[in-house]
Structure formats: structure tokens, C-alpha cells
Write a protein that binds this ligand. Structure first.
Ligand code: AOF
Ligand code: ZN
Length: 384
């Protein structure tokens, strides 16, 4: 185990802050930051802004120029060893003559994992791994989940009243929370590769599921909103109206359905064609026992075919309950507004079959704080 110095900590902490600058733009690539120091002085900084553009190390090396020779590089993710959209960073560090590389965490990408460090060590560079490892993992929960488990990191967002209701009996729900909470939801969308909703919620609110630059409240809002998260709508019976607002928005809409049944006389094929003409992409996945889309298969599809890292679930009680029951929710963001919607209103999760206290679904709360007039609770489901 290497003993890291105070300076090492400080520079890696700075590299983590730099990586955060790619929070809303690097998708589907991870957020990565890099600091180069020489004799304790920072000579170059960089982060990965957008897939297809230079990696963090290359940006930092460009900033340092000749001063990179003999320098120490602090990188939040193992430098890559492969040629993807750009060339291998490990080789760029070798060529620049860097003397030492401090890495927060190994790259979980099987094309890299361990090979980047091997390239550096083979070139005689000292590599120290593991500094601020947990913080580095927190930057990229989605990229790590996709690489390690083949599914996205799933975050459920819900707005509820003090009495735990999310909509009136009619389904009407706009707006329960205030503008500050809604801005945070815009930012959750902005950091997500995709937004998942059920067709009933989309019909009820005619949701657009988009990022609106003006509502993000970020300096680089235009840049951020130029990438819209993929919209994914679960629609077993292809009920999404052709006039749905989300189909006219920039970005892609996936309508996910199950194979049509025999007696439907081609209705499904016609509706598919009409939806595609209206701008949707229809994806057919296997059904589970109750005839609905198999949610685990959907997660695998989104991770492998669509490179979805973080998935934001914005939906009603039925899909939220099914996702929770399937063990597919990693994190919950519950916004609680100072209002009461009454006994006729809808609850957070449809969880049929819970009868005894032994059946309760417990959560662990990580953070709770006020956001404007509302409270924000960040929690995760405890294993059952
Ligand atoms: C790094 N530094 O800043 C990032 C890395 O298609 P490419 O060429 O952009 O490569 C993407 C992969 O590179 C990504 O899956 C991850 O393994 C790694 N990301 N690596 O050394 C960076 N963004
Ligand atoms: Zn790289």
C-alpha cells in the first residue's frame, strides 16, 4: 500500500473537481480529470468534455507542453490503452516523458482495465493506484455499472406530497414541487444518458422528457442541452398517440413494446410504422409472465445497444413498483412538497402483495435537505 502525501491528495481532489466539469457532457464516456505537476507546481490541467474529443490527459499534456517532462500526472481514471474515438492516453503520457502517474481507480472498461497501467509500468513510469478511489467511483456510477454489470445505474425521481401522494386520482400531477426542485430534476436529466417512462405517464402529462437550457441554470446550459437524453417509453400495446409532444422534440424517442399477439390482425405492424413515421424508433423486446416488457432485458438492451450509463426513471406508481420489485432501482430522489393531496390520490409505488410488517420495503436514506419550499430525500433500497 502506497502512502500518499498531502500534496497527492490535494492534486487528486483538484482532478476530481475538473472531471466534474464533464458531468453533463461526456456521455457515454466517463467523466475524467487530470492534473500535471512539476516540483509540486501545477503545470497543466484537463478534463474530458465530450465523447470524440480529447481525453483528460491529452488536454492536460497540451496545457503543460514541455513542462510535462518529469512531471507527475494525477488522473481520476486509469489512462486508456486502446484506440477508440481517440488514441491511447497511456502512450501519450509515456511519450511526454511523465515520471509518475497517480491513478484514482482502474478503468472498468474491459478494453482497458489494467492495460493502461501496464503500458506505463513497462515504460519505467512509477504508477500509484487507489488515491480517492471511492470519490472517483462516485463520479461515474453509470459508466461503472454498465461496464461491470451490463446494465445502467438507475435513479428514480418522484415528486410527492407530505402525505406521500404523487398525483390526484385523475392522474393530474402538475405541479407538486416548486421551481428549485424542478431545476434539480432538469439537472438529473442532463446527467442521464436516458429517461425512462411508462406510456400512461407520458399520455397523462404529454411529457416532453427533454432538457430545457433556460431551466438548467448552468453557465454551459446551451452546450449541455445540445445533447438530449434518449427518451424511452414502455408501451406494451402501442398506445402512444402519434401527436405526443415528445415525438416532436429534438433527440431520439424509443418506444419499447413486446411481440404482437396472433389475433391482432396486423394492427401492431401498422401502428409501429405510423409511430416510426411520426419520429419514434420502435424496439421489440421479450415479455415476462404478465405480458409486459421484461425489465431486466430492457436494462441489458439499454446498456449494450444504447450505451446508457445513468438512467432516470420518471414515471408513475406501476412502473416504479415493478422496477423496485425487480431490484432494478439503485437510487431514489424523492422531492417532498409541503402539501396534502388526500386519500383519493395516488401513492409512490404499486407494490401488491405486501401484507405483513415483515414484507415492508425498507430504504436507506443518504441525504435529506431543503430545496426551496420542498425537501429532497436521496435514498437507496435495502436488500430484501
Ligand atoms: C482516459 N481519459 O479522459 C477518458 C477515458 O472512444 P474514446 O477514445 O473516447 O474512449 C472512450 C473510453 O476511454 C471509455 O470507454 C473509457 O474506457 C476511457 N475513457 N480514458 O484515459 C479520459 N474519458
Ligand atoms: Zn484516454
Amino acid at each position: 500500500m502506497v502512502a500518499f502525501s498531502e500534496d497527492d491528495h490535494r492534486h487528486m481532489a483538484r482532478a476530481l473537481r475538473l472531471a466534474e466539469q464533464g458531468l453533463y457532457t461526456s456521455d457515454p464516456n466517463p467523466r475524467v480529470g487530470c492534473v500535471l505537476t512539476h516540483d509540486g507546481e501545477v503545470v497543466g490541467e484537463g478534463f474530458h468534455r465530450r465523447a470524440g474529443e480529447a481525453h483528460a490527459e491529452v488536454n492536460a499534456l497540451a496545457a503543460a507542453g514541455e513542462r510535462a517532462r518529469g512531471a507527475t500526472a494525477y488522473v481520476t481514471l486509469e489512462p486508456c490503452s486502446h484506440t477508440g474515438r481517440t488514441g491511447p492516453c497511456a502512450l501519450a503520457l509515456v511519450r511526454a516523458g511523465v515520471a509518475r502517474v497517480v491513478v484514482a481507480m482502474q478503468d472498468p472498461n474491459p478494453q482497458v482495465s489494467g492495460r493502461g497501467v501496464a503500458i506505463l509500468e513497462d515504460a519505467g513510469i512509477q504508477v500509484d493506484t487507489g488515491l480517492l478511489h471511492d470519490e472517483a467511483r462516485q463520479l461515474n456510477p453509470g459508466f461503472i455499472a454498465r461496464m461491470e454489470t451490463g446494465r445502467p445505474f438507475v435513479r428514480l425521481k418522484m415528486a410527492m406530497s407530505l402525505d406521500g401522494r404523487t398525483a390526484m386520482g385523475s392522474g393530474e400531477s402538475q405541479w407538486i414541487t416548486g421551481p428549485d426542485a424542478r431545476r434539480q430534476v432538469q439537472r438529473l436529466r442532463a446527467r442521464s444518458s436516458a429517461v425512462l417512462s411508462g406510456v400512461d405517464s407520458v399520455i397523462m402529462d404529454d411529457s416532453r422528457l427533454t432538457l430545457r437550457a433556460a431551466q438548467l441554470g448552468l453557465d454551459n446550459a446551451e452546450d449541455v442541452a445540445s445533447r438530449q437524453p434518449l427518451r424511452v417509453i414502455l408501451d406494451t400495446h402501442l398506445r402512444l398517440p402519434l401527436a405526443a409532444a415528445c415525438l416532436r422534440e429534438p433527440g431520439r424517442t424509443l418506444v419499447v413494446t413486446v411481440p404482437g399477439d396472433v389475433e391482432d390482425n396486423g394492427h401492431a405492424a401498422e401502428k409501429c410504422a405510423a409511430l416510426e413515421a411520426a419520429g419514434a424508433e420502435v424496439v421489440t423486446l421479450g415479455a415476462n409472465a404478465d405480458g409486459r416488457v421484461d425489465l431486466a432485458a430492457l436494462m441489458a438492451h439499454l446498456a449494450t445497444a444504447e450505451e446508457v450509463n445513468e438512467l432516470l426513471l420518471e414515471t408513475g406508481a406501476t412502473l416504479a413498483g415493478a422496477m423496485l420489485d425487480a431490484g432494478l432501482i439503485d437510487e431514489l430522489w424523492l422531492f417532498m412538497a409541503p402539501t396534502l393531496l388526500g386519500t383519493g390520490a395516488r401513492g409512490l409505488f404499486a407494490l401488491p402483495g405486501l401484507e405483513r410488517m415483515a414484507d415492508q420495503r425498507r430504504l436507506h436514506i443518504h441525504d435529506i435537505r431543503a430545496v426551496g419550499q420542498d425537501f429532497r430525500i436521496i435514498a437507496s433500497p435495502l436488500p430484501t
